[in-house]
Design a protein around this ligand. Structure first.
Ligand code: IMP
Length: 182
């Protein structure tokens, strides 16, 4: 591993993240107004965002966890989304909220939104991402809720990984591109 923890610079601190997540939760509380929702956490990256977010949601909710992959060991997407594990209950007539760590190309989000649309007639389907990296977008996907917009950086921490590592960082950070292997 070329990147050491000391090479990682803070982009968003723990405080910034929790403050922003509470703001997003407040928007959701006012949108759903106590209606029941099903929160779908996209593993593994969205795990910290999802767990922090649901702590601040007021409505009755259920949680589902699904796993997709498009990155493998690289810092850029393979362009192909693999459904590693998608087992969902009947979502017909439900309010569905998909929660991702970051929207980059938008291929993962598009795959999931299409999957939900093809398989269920939901009452509503919304999509939230902690980070929005628009620069490499290959789809017309825009998150309904997002935490922060970022530029051309490969970020780690708060659930996001580099080759499986650094998901446990309390903050979101980045390393210089020259240190990242492709
Ligand atoms: P997309 O399908 O290109 O939008 O990418 C979605 C997935 O790629 C995210 O859910 C992340 O797991 C991963 N990803 C994209 N950008 C980054 C990054 O900067 N750091 C870590 N993972 C990323």
């Amino acid at each position: 591993m070329k990147v050491k923890q000391s090479d990682i610079k803070i982009l968003f601190s723990e405080d910034q993240l929790t403050t922003r997540i509470k703001e997003i939760a407040a928007e959701m509380n006012s949108f759903y107004k106590g209606e029941e929702i099903c929160v779908i956490c996209v593993l593994k990256g969205a795990v910290m965002f999802t767990t922090e977010l649901v702590k601040h949601l007021d409505m009755p909710l259920t949680m589902e966890f699904i796993r997709l992959s498009s990155y493998g060991h690289s810092t850029s997407t393979s362009g192909k989304v693999n459904a590693v594990e998608i087992k969902l209950p009947d979502l017909n007539g439900k309010n569905v909220l998909i929660v991702e760590d970051i929207v980059d190309t938008g291929l993962t989000a598009k795959f999931l939104l299409d999957f939900i649309k093809c398989n269920f007639h939901t009452k509503s389907t919304k999509f939230a991402a902690l980070l929005d990296k628009k620069i490499f977008r290959r789809t017309d996907i825009e998150p309904d809720y997002y935490g922060f917009e970022i530029d051309d950086k490969f970020v780690v921490g708060y659930g996001l990984d580099y080759d499986g590592f650094y998901r446990n960082l309390k903050f979101i950070g980045y390393a210089d591109k020259s240190l990242l292997e492709n």
